[in-house]
Design a protein around this ligand. Structure first.
Ligand SMILES: Nc1nc2c(ncn2[C@@H]2O[C@H](COP(=O)(O)OP(=O)(O)OP(=O)(O)O)[C@@H](O)[C@H]2O)c(=O)[nH]1
Ligand SMILES: [Mg+2]
Length: 211
């Protein structure tokens, strides 16, 4: 059955586990290079501009930000989940100590979050896969995280260039057979239904409901 997001609100920002909001609801996190479009994707997915702060200058998000989202199934059933916006990696203008802090908080987040069901790793569709993206991908897999790569800014390429770029990124990441890259644009509806579907599958709302 189809699900849609009916409500989304900012709850809190954290730099350590004791500041994570309480609750048993499943969680989906967004990670990627600074400026790749993580905060924009959250706003567009929730159809709530201004929910997460975005900027054309990289390095905007500096804390782990929690958004509580309510989804409604077409038969009326409602379920809540957390969307978590993480600071971007790879922003060279930051001081080394600040980069280290952000990396520590992010790794701390992955170690401490008990409700995490899916990590969406965002990659810019116009860029080749960078070594840091690959490192983060491998680190997440080694940590046992379910990772779904998503190419952002789909609107910047023609349809055929976008499909070629999706295939190339997927191949370079070494995605297993059966796992495809998803594409997304925060400016157009492209990719939104598929991403929403992936999210609902990962948190297994339908499964929970039938128990
Ligand atoms: N054309 C286009 N631009 C986008 C899209 N998504 C984001 N942008 C632009 O990319 C820039 C960065 O977006 P953010 O959402 O702030 O990026 P971020 O990944 O949260 O960045 P940090 O918080 O610095 O890590 C902004 O200028 C956005 O308008 C998209 O799908 N299409
Ligand atoms: Mg951001």
């Amino acid at each position: 059955m189809r699900w849609e997001i009916i409500k989304a609100e900012y709850v809190t920002s954290a730099v350590k586990a004791s500041q994570f909001p309480l609750g048993e609801e499943p969680e989906v996190a967004f990670i990627g290079r600074s400026n790749v479009g993580k905060s924009s994707l959250i706003n567009s997915l929730c159809r709530h501009s201004g929910l997460a702060r975005t900027s054309s200058a990289p390095g905007k998000t500096r804390t782990v930000n929690f958004y509580r989202v309510t989804l409604k199934r077409e038969d009326g059933l409602r379920r809540d989940l957390w969307l978590v916006d993480l600071p971007g990696y790879g922003y060279a203008q930051r001081s080394k100590s600040e980069r280290q802090d952000l990396q520590d908080w992010t790794q701390h987040y992955f170690r401490e979050s008990k409700r995490l069901r899916l990590v969406l790793q965002l990659l810019d569709i116009r860029r080749e896969l960078q070594p840091l993206d690959q490192q983060v991908h491998n680190w997440l897999l080694a940590a046992g995280m379910p990772v779904q790569p998503v190419a952002t800014k789909l609107d910047k390429l023609s349809r055929s260039a976008a499909s070629a770029a999706l295939r190339a990124l997927g191949a370079k990441l070494g995605l297993p057979a059966g796992q495809a890259m998803l594409g997304y644009s925060s400016l157009t509806p492209a990719g939104r239904p598929e991403l929403l579907q992936r999210l609902v599958e990962a948190v297994d709302f339908d499964g929970i409901d039938t128990v």
